[in-house]
Design a protein around this ligand. Structure first.
Ligand code: NAP
Length: 266
């Protein structure tokens, strides 16, 4: 099989730096170009801390896909650019693997339709860490029996979107097995706005942002006389890379959009 030709958007970022390393180290992958907010016309070797390679840097996705032949786009940028890049990739026959978070259910539905029309594989995965996928699955299993649930997600203070994509995905997976349910006292009143967190079908989601954190989540469930807590901690961003690699390999065999790594693991 030929190498999978890859474009990475966000190569200077915390996740993008890891992804560049992973792609360069994988024999079956070939990094063709990167898309950065700056440094257009330079090469990857000019980007701080990146290996010395003659890989072109673009500052615009459209120009990049017009000039570079690629199979897969890995996007690890910011919510708005991730969405724009995904659409450009699909329109140009490139299979997107999107780790960028901040997608609503409606947006995922819309991009699924485009992928289906184009018969092109696409992956949007709010969490590439296998342990986090297991946390979501265990929470979904438990939710059938303990449907009173609150999610506390904790991330570093540079994160732009809240709640996290993982918390949204967890709430969505739980909602597949749990009917919408109002939790807490029906007469409860927030004395301070936001005290009860955000609300996804009655599941409360609380977002913590602090320096020093990477990505952590607890799913708390309560029933009469007992509680259950399912927790996952990402300690290092290298935890995400086996999942990115699996998504790139899998997307080549897909002709529709898959949301969440769990569908690829089964
Ligand atoms: P980060 O360190 O802030 O990196 C984001 C990078 O994207 C920055 O270098 C930024 O450049 C660049 N960027 C922004 N807009 C761009 C554009 N239009 N074209 C090219 N590059 C662009 O953030 P991070 O921690 O790496 O996270 C990146 C994304 O991945 C976030 O959405 C985060 O939530 C998500 N994430 C996903 C997973 C997962 O498993 N799926 C895990 C962790 C994080 P400037 O600084 O110049 O703006």
């Amino acid at each position: 099989m030929n190498n999978i030709r890859i474009i990475i958007a966000g190569p200077r970022g915390k996740m993008g730096t890891e992804a560049v390393k992973m792609v360069l180290e994988a024999d079956q992958f070939e990094l063709k170009a990167v898309v950065d907010t700056k440094n257009a016309g330079k090469t990857l070797q000019d980007l701080n801390g990146q290996p010395a390679l003659n890989i072109p840097v673009y500052d615009d996705m459209t120009t990049c896909v017009n000039e570079i032949e690629a199979d897969v786009l890995i996007d690890l940028t910011r919510p708005e650019s991730g969405k724009a890049h995904l659409e450009i990739a699909l329109q140009n026959g490139i299979r997107p693997v999107i780790g960028t978070t901040g997608f609503s259910d409606e947006e995922i539905e819309r991009y699924s339709q485009i992928a289906e029309e184009k018969e092109l594989g696409a992956v949007i995965a709010p969490n590439f860490a296998v342990g986090a996928i297991l946390m979501m699955k265990f929470a979904q299993m438990a939710a059938k029996f303990m449907p009173d649930i609150e999610i506390i997600e904790q991330h570093h203070d540079q994160k732009l979107d809240a709640p996290s994509g993982t918390a949204m995905k967890t709430a969505q997976m739980i909602s597949e097995v749990r009917s919408p349910k109002q939790q807490g006292n029906p007469n409860e009143k927030e004395e301070l706005e936001g005290a009860r967190g955000s609300d996804y079908n009655g599941i409360r989601i609380h977002s913590v942002r602090l320096p020093g954190l990477v990505a952590h989540q607890e799913v708390l469930m309560g029933a009469t006389g007992q509680t259950l807590t399912i927790r996952h901690d990402t300690i290092d961003r290298s935890a995400f890379m086996p999942g990115v690699k699996m998504a790139v390999e899998s997307v080549m065999k897909l002709d529709l959009l898959v949301y969440g790594l769990e569908s690829l693991m089964e």
